[in-house]
Design a protein around this ligand. Structure first.
Ligand SMILES: Nc1ncnc2c1ncn2[C@@H]1O[C@H](COP(=O)(O)OP(=O)(O)OP(=O)(O)O)[C@@H](O)[C@H]1O
Length: 359
């Protein structure tokens, strides 16, 4: 998508194409109370991990929305909620206008299931080592009852392997005969078998060498163009996100703190946390932004800080930040940010310079 069109789409709050996926107020709290106490504990006394705590975003058809944030901020949990591997504690996921919560039985789920697929980080763990690659790739075709004829399946598997730039003959081999990058190609071929429109990619290149990462990202971009795919892309690596995204959402302790077009998130980050994340990738060309050093580690999602979850690490936090959860406000570029300091106009250039010790 051209930059201008992406910017326009973000400004108006909608893209020029329909949202294929809508996530509204999504939450997932894991009950980690000791098992022997779960029968007697009242709900309010249970130990809950608030992995995801009220996340909303849209993904326009044919675009890539990336979720970024430090380890443990809830990215993978969002990914699993979106494909229906977890039931949400609150909120909902809508796919092509259908609320997933309304799909109660496997039969109702089936037509949607084959339209969305997931690619995982570790291609070693997700491929059965005892199966030939052809059977691995054919498995969704059989599972979804899409094809039964052996010849037709063989032909489709060959096409899928060629789609990911392997050869049809590779189907005869076993996963251990391939490199890490080739195995991720096999995972992608399998994910594409049911002809999905939407792929959720959870750190798909994190286990790979940097040069191989680039090849897989390029393949994913080519496939998106060729097949009109929509991606939800999960990564802690902003350099990777920079190359693949139309939109970016920055997560911190279960919440989105800033989201908008990739261009604006990278060129004009607003939230102090987004700026801190970007500081970790000094080699990207992003002129004109101020760097903010932020210390400390992500607190536990069992007892998240009050108010703005980021306040203990934020150089600009005041009493209101400690007490009150910030609402989403529009950024000058048309994205959204949750930050009292920005809302109150406190994050001026002088304040940032002072935080940097440059005044
Ligand atoms: N099944 C579970 N039971 C209990 N806690 C969980 C479960 N799954 C995730 N968590 C917790 O929820 C929080 C968010 O985890 P999640 O894996 O979604 O984060 P992430 O941003 O994807 O991090 P990473 O990149 O390390 O996977 C973490 O504190 C994690 O320990």
């Amino acid at each position: 998508m051209a930059d201008a069109a992406v910017a326009q789409a973000a400004r108006s709050g909608t893209d020029d194409v329909r949202p294929l996926v809508r996530v509204e107020g999504l939450a997932k709290h894991f009950d980690v109370s000791p098992p022997w106490l779960t029968r007697v504990l009242r709900h309010e006394d249970r130990t809950l991990v608030r992995a995801v705590d009220g996340v909303s975003f849209d993904i326009p058809a044919g675009r890539t929305f990336s979720l970024v944030g430090e380890s443990g901020c809830g990215k993978s949990t969002v990914a699993r909620l979106v494909v229906g591997l977890y039931n949400p504690t609150a909120g909902e996921v809508e796919f092509d206008g259908v609320s997933m919560a309304n799909l109660k039985s496997r039969r109702e789920m089936a037509p949607i299931r084959k339209r969305l697929q997931m690619i995982f980080q570790d291609p070693y763990a997700s491929l059965n080592p005892r199966w030939r690659v052809a059977d691995i790739v054919a498995e969704p075709l059989r599972a979804h009852g899409l094809m039964t004829d052996r010849r037709a399946i063989q032909k489709r598997v060959g096409e899928l392997l060629e789609l990911v730039r392997l050869s049809a003959r590779d189907g005869e081999k076993f996963p251990h005969e391939f490199s890490g990058g080739q195995r991720q190609r096999i995972s992608i071929a399998r994910a594409l078998a049911s002809n999905p429109e939407f792929l959720v990619c959870d750190e798909p290149t994190s286990a790979l060498d940097v040069s191989v990462q680039a090849q897989i990202l390029n393949l994913m971009k080519d496939l998106q163009r060729e097949l009109g795919l929509t991606y939800l892309f999960i990564s802690h690596d902003l350099a990777v996100v920079y190359h693949i995204s139309d939109y970016v959402g920055v997560m911190y302790l279960g919440r989105l703190v800033e989201w908008g077009t990739a261009r604006d998130i990278f060129r004009r980050p607003q939230h102090p946390y987004t700026r801190m994340l970007l500081d970790a990738i000094p080699d990207l060309e992003m002129s004109g932004r101020q760097r903010i050093p932020v210390a400390g580690e992500v607190p536990s999602p069992i007892h998240p800080p009050s108010g703005c979850h980021f306040h203990p690490r934020c150089p600009f936090a005041n009493e209101r930040c400690k007490a009150e959860e910030p609402k989403a406000i529009a950024t000058p570029a048309g994205g959204k940010v949750r930050c009292h300091a920005i809302e109150e106009g406190r994050l001026t250039e002088e304040v940032v310079q002072h935080a940097l010790g440059r005044d």
